[in-house]
Design a protein around this ligand. Structure first.
Ligand code: SF4
Length: 117
């Protein structure tokens, strides 16, 4: 989860801690965490250290087209294809439950797609 420093009004309708805790405890993900601002310089450094090839990353935060643009270089550097290996979710203006539901629904779609491959 990326939260625009945590002060952005776009995330005011949800409890970001409830959201990430529900995702990591209730849903089939490896883990979940919050980064304050992935599109800043320290976010770039974090992505350089964190991204590994042959993995998929779901980022709940801003609009998908923004995420594709902001993270393209970092994914490329890590040997990943941002269009395939990033699953960007726009959760701004959502309630905690609405955002958790979106993650759950997206994970189900990914699971179905993986079964059909
Ligand atoms: S990557 Fe998106 S959600 Fe994260 S800080 Fe930047 S604009 Fe906000």
């Amino acid at each position: 989860m990326c939260v625009c420093t945590g002060k952005c009004p776009g995330f005011a309708k949800m409890d970001i801690w409830d959201f990430i805790n529900r995702v990591r405890i209730e849903l089939p993900v490896e883990y979940g965490f919050i980064h304050p601002q992935l599109c800043e310089e320290d976010g770039d450094r974090f992505l350089d250290d964190y991204l590994r090839s042959s993995r998929k990353y779901m980022v709940a935060g801003c609009a998908p087209n923004m995420q594709y643009k902001l993270f393209r270089d970092a994914f490329k550097k890590a040997g990943l294809d941002v269009k395939k290996d990033l699953i960007p979710l726009d959760i701004r203006e959502m309630s905690t439950s609405g955002a958790v539901d979106l993650v759950e629904k997206t994970l189900k779609i990914l699971e179905e797609d993986a079964k059909n491959e």
